[in-house]
Every structure is written in C-alpha cells, then in structure tokens.
Design a protein around this ligand. Structure first.
Ligand code: SDX
Length: 424
C-alpha cells in the first residue's frame, strides 16, 4: 500500500494509500528515528487505525458503509441487513439475513437478575447513566463470551450486545416512568420489538405502527457506524488493553453521552424548545457567533463533514413521513427548518462550513414518536452498538493492533526536590 515516502529530518517515512481518501504518513518509527513526537490534540490530522468498515468524505458529504452509500441503505435496506453488512463485509443473501436475524432474536432477553439492577437507580436517573451501569454489568453475567482471543466468543458477545441493547434501553425508559418491564416478543422486527417493549403495557395488546417501525429502523441505520468518532475511538482504546467487550461498549456509551457528540440530539431539541418561535432565531444565531458566548448551535457542525451530513438529509425527509403517518405536526420542526435556512445563509456558518448534522432533526422525530428527550442519546447508543462491536472486532483481528498509549508534550516543572513543610 505504499510506493512513495516523505522526508522528515534525515529520515524517509512511507506514505500509505487506502482504497479511497487521504494518504497517510506512516510515522510509527518517527520517535525512534527523530526523538520527536507528533502533536495533534483532538486527532484532527491523525489516522488511529486501518479500517474497511466506513468511509466518510467530509467535503462531499459522502458516507459509505462497506462501500454502500448511506442514502441507498436508508432507502432500501434494514437495520438487521446493515448490521450483517458491517459485521461481515458483504450484503447477506436472503437465507443469511434470516439466519442472522434469528440469531439476534435468540439473545434479546436479559438475565432476570439484571432487572434488579434498575431498582438501584433513582426513577429520575438519566437513562444514559442507567445504560452505562447495566451494559457494564453484562460482563458479570456472560462469562462465556469474554475471551476476546476466541473469535466464536467475540461473535457471541457481539450478537448479545446488538440483541440486548433494545431490551436494556426499553427497560431504562419503563423504569423512569414507573411502568412494568415488557419482555421481548421475537416474532416482531428488531425495531418493532423495541417499540413494543418501550410503549407497550401488559394491560393491552400493542399494535406496531408500520410507518413508525420503518422510521425507527431507518433511524437505527443512520446511527449504525461513523468511522473513528470519539465513542468508537473510546471503544477501540478500551479494547486495545484486552478489556471484555461489555466493558468496552459501556465506555463507548459514556463517551457518546457528551453534548458535543451523541448527547447533541437531546441538546438540539432542548435548544429548539428554548428558541421556541422563529422570531427568536436571530438572537440565537448571534449568540452562536459570539466568541464570548459558550453557546453553540446544537446539531450543527462536524469534525469531518464540511458539507451537509447525508444523514441529516434522510432524517429531515423522515420527519415528514412520521408526521404524515401520525397525522401530527410540531412547530419546532418549522423552527428547525427556519433555523437551518437562516444559518446556511449566514457568512459565519458558510465560512466555517457548519451544516446540520445527524443530531439536528432526529429529536423532532423521536419526540413525535413519543420518546422523552432524555431517551434520545440512548437510541443513538442502541443503534451505534453494531458499529462499536464491528470496529472492536476489526481492531482485535488486526495483526498491527497493540495497546493504545499516546505520548504528550510535557510543559510541567522539571525535576525538583521535596521541601519539608517547616521550610516552605
Ligand atoms: C456527532 O465524529 C463523529 O462522526 C460524530 C457523529 C457520529 O456519528 O459519531 O457524527 C455524531 O457527534 C455529531 C456532532 C454532534 N455535536 C453537535 O451538534 C454539537 C455542536 N457542534 C460542535 O460542538 C462542533 O461542531 C463539533 C464538536 C461537532 C465539531 O467541533 P470541531 O471539529 O472540534 O470544530 P471546532 O469546535 O474547532 O469548530 C470550528 C469552528 C470554531 O470556531 P473558531 O474557533 O474556528 O472561530 O466552528 C465553530 C467553533 O466555534 N463552531 C460552531 C459550531 N460548531 C463549530 N459555532 C457555532 N455553533 C456550532 N455548532
């Protein structure tokens, strides 16, 4: 993968090319040869690994999963099929998809004792706190799939995580509203099962609305994977020490919770609620541009996309479909559309290439379906679990992988000696 090199100081370093996207300078020997580190807080110019899962062209607003454009997958595929694609590298045949979906459905139930875990939380605990705790605790129950050197155990753990996240998420919601847990019903689709566990009650039959089921499945597809984002990098770094997959995914959930990352969907809807009506948009646009104001337009901007996030395009279309299916409307959607229109015509946003991202419209849909804002990032984590486990498996199987251990630029005191307190 290399035929050129670049000279740094007296040494040449190979330039590696992928199948598409920027070349990389292989600096693995830089410190040994030059005695210097690179310096790249936030890893804005650093490739942490080689991956064949997802490609993003931020300038063109392109997102490919194993080569397939996200728009085509969102239109024609299903979350189970995209999950198979991410894990195995190819779209499944009909039989392969049926077998995979059946395998996942065999793992949807939780160990009954895990239900006790929820009772330790306050009812008003943020469900992301519950997710961190319960997912991390899975490693206390599934000892037979924590040997990461065994590919079979890695795949069972991956299937368990993909299958159980909807159950764990729905239970977190039920616990927060004081309703009984609803067990999985495996003759339903992945999305339909989740909707029933979340909104169904033992007192009556729950009818899955096909349009909402389709929208939920598409929202899962849009959140499935996204290259080396902060939470995926967290999962990879945790996994590089040999930690078990349940602990690694719990670490990813914790990182995703941040408002600069997956927590932005909750923050974006709260921002739209605070703005309220379109006449107040200019005030918030001005605040977003004000260097002295920490306020940022939540759901706008992206480290990689310097064009429209292709997921936001699909999300906006899905808002209209869900509104039509539920025969509802939401003035916040009009506010969101107007906010986008004003921001995208403002020099500040144009110059800094700030566009709506996946989190800008998702909250409007999730709210229309009936989820409280505190559940928005939980749904992001539910869907991203397949991407996390696929990236984790890819890392474990990579012969080049070793424990992640960055260095630093030290700016603290040089060596000095202890002074007894009486002499200070
Ligand atoms: C996700 O990485 C991924 O792939 C993540 C994700 C995934 O699928 O995993 O796509 C999911 O996390 C989407 C992003 C959700 N976050 C938000 O919507 C929060 C609001 N956005 C920002 O905080 C910000 O845009 C980030 C964190 C998303 C990206 O930040 P960067 O790449 O570090 O860019 P930056 O902070 O250096 O911003 C560049 C400039 C700055 O101005 P200057 O200092 O150059 O003058 O743009 C400004 C920023 O102040 N800016 C914004 C802004 N985002 C950036 N100004 C106002 N509003 C914003 N939203």
């Amino acid at each position: 993968m290399t035929d050129t090199s670049i000279k740094i100081g007296d040494s040449d370093y190979p330039v590696l090319s992928g199948t598409v996207g920027p070349d990389v300078i292989d600096i693995r020997k830089l410190y040994a040869k030059s005695g210097m580190f690179t310096y790249d807080p936030g890893f804005t110019s650093t490739a942490s690994c080689e991956s064949a899962l997802t490609y993003i062209d931020g300038d063109q607003g392109v997102l490919l999963h194993r080569g397939y454009p996200i728009g085509e997958l969102a239109e024609h595929s299903s979350f189970m099929e995209v999950s198979y694609l991410l894990l195995n590298g190819e779209l499944p045949s009909g039989d392969e998809l049926d077998k995979f979906s059946y395998t996942i459905s065999r793992h949807t139930m939780l160990h009954e004792q895990l239900a006790q875990f929820y009772r330790g939380f306050r009812r008003d605990a943020h469900p992301m706190a519950v997710m961190c705790g319960v997912v991390g605790a899975l490693s206390a129950f599934y000892h037979d799939s924590t040997d990461i050197s065994d590919p079979q155990q890695r795949m069972i753990a991956s299937h368990r995580l993909i299958a159980k996240m909807p159950t764990i998420a729905a239970m977190a919601y039920k616990y927060s509203v004081g309703q009984p847990f609803v067990y999985p019903k495996n003759d339903l689709s992945y999305a339909g099962n989740f909707l029933r566990m979340t909104f169904g009650v033992p007192a009556e039959e729950y009818e899955v609305n096909p349009a909402v089921e389709r929208a939920m499945d598409r929202i899962f597809i849009l959140h499935a994977d996204h290259e080396q984002n902060a939470s995926t990098s967290t999962v990879r770094l945790a996994g590089s020490s040999g930690a078990n997959p349940f602990a690694c995914i719990a670490a990813g959930i914790a990182c995703l919770w941040g408002p600069a990352h997956g927590g932005a969907n909750e923050a974006a809807l709260n921002m739209l609620r605070e703005i309220g009506t379109p006449d107040r948009i200019p005030e918030y646009i001005a605040r977003a541009k004000d260097k002295n104001d920490p306020f940022r337009l939540m759901g706008f901007g992206h480290r990689v996309y310097k064009n429209y996030d292709p997921r936001a395009t699909v999300m906006q279309k899905t808002v209209r479909e869900v509104f039509d299916a539920l025969n509802v409307s939401d003035p916040l959607f009009e506010t969101a559309l107007r906010l986008e229109e004003i921001a995208l015509s403002d020099d500040y946003f144009i110059e800094k290439k700030l566009f709506p991202n996946v989190d800008f419209y998702s909250g409007v849909i999730l709210s229309a379906i009936g989820f409280p804002t505190t559940m928005f990032t939980v749904l992001f984590a539910l869907a991203r679990t397949v991407g996390w486990v696929a990236q984790w498996n890819e890392m474990i199987s990579d012969p080049e992988q070793k424990i992640g251990r960055p260095r630093q630029l030290y700016t603290g005191p040089t060596e000095r000696h202890y002074v007894p307190i009486a002499e200070r």
